[in-house]
Write a protein that binds this ligand. Structure first.
Ligand code: AMP
Length: 249
């Protein structure tokens, strides 16, 4: 079974993002970039399926600037076999990304496509679902457990207040939730080996996809600054403040 994993280059989750002075977006100058954490979980799941003998090949794909090759190399160091970069320096919306992924799916013909449930930069949570609609594949979103059996994949999904298990016919699309697995770290020898693994670069035009955006970001604002907290000297003072200042009791 061939698995295609979509990985996105995003601002590292430890970075405190700064908004540009003109509020047009987030300032990316000299900011540490990494693989989206939910995509790390997607790569890990694919690697585990390969280790179990379920998957025979893992192809990772990213859509983004030339620098996204770094995140693809990381995925190769974690155990993927091959990488595809669809190179674009434009800010693409989810539908454009999903259309490009669909073109890669058509080319690669994977039986399983694994994506993160959400990219932590845009918080869209829609690329997997859009790819599901474009391909007509069955989809299991917010997966906390994935088990391939025969021509089906059983996906346990995290839903409000519980879990739901769905059986999807292959080919299928799975999006990963936080508790699916704990991604491994790449070892130094594997980082070295990854440098020699194949990485193909494609242009959106060559895939026959137009990426004209239908969405425009009008404004990005940082959250309002919170005023500093205070220390109270006694429980009596706390109760007095909750009653008379915060007026919550
Ligand atoms: P989103 O719908 O933007 O929150 O992203 C959900 C998932 O779609 C991510 O975790 C990735 O697996 C995939 N994805 C989104 N954008 C890209 C991209 N530019 N390149 C590769 N995968 C992407």
């Amino acid at each position: 079974m061939k698995i295609l994993v979509a990985v996105k280059r995003v601002v590292d989750y430890n970075v405190k993002v700064r908004v540009k002075a003109d509020n047009s977006g987030v300032d990316l100058a000299n900011v540490k970039m990494s693989m989206n954490p939910f995509c790390e979980i997607a790569v890990e799941e694919a690697v585990r399926l390969k280790e179990k003998g379920v998957a025979s090949e893992i192809v990772v794909v990213s859509i983004g600037p030339t620098a996204a090759q770094e995140q693809l190399r990381t995925a190769l160091a974690l155990g993927a076999d091959r990488a595809v970069l669809v190179e674009s320096s434009e800010e693409l919306n989810s539908l454009a990304v999903a259309k490009l992924l669909k073109a890669v799916v058509d080319k690669e013909q994977p039986q399983l496509v694994i994506l993160g449930k959400q990219a932590i930069d845009s918080d869209n949570n829609q690329t997997g679902q859009m790819l599901g609609a474009l391909t007509g594949f069955a989809q299991g979103t917010f997966a906390s457990k994935v088990e391939v059996s025969g021509d089906k994949v059983n996906v346990e999904r995290e839903i409000d207040g519980g879990a739901q298990t769905v059986a999807l016919n292959l080919p299928a699309i799975v999006t990963t939730d936080l508790r699916l697995n704990e991604p491994r770290y790449a070892s130094l020898p594997n980082i070295m080996k990854a440098k020699k693994k194949p990485l193909e670069v494609l242009m959106p035009d060559a895939l026959g996809v137009t990426t004209t955006s239908t969405v425009k970001t009008l404004k990005v604002e940082a959250p309002a600054a919170r005023s500093a907290g205070i220390k109270v000297k006694s429980v009596a003072e706390l109760v007095e403040k909750l009653k008379n200042e915060a007026k919550v009791i």
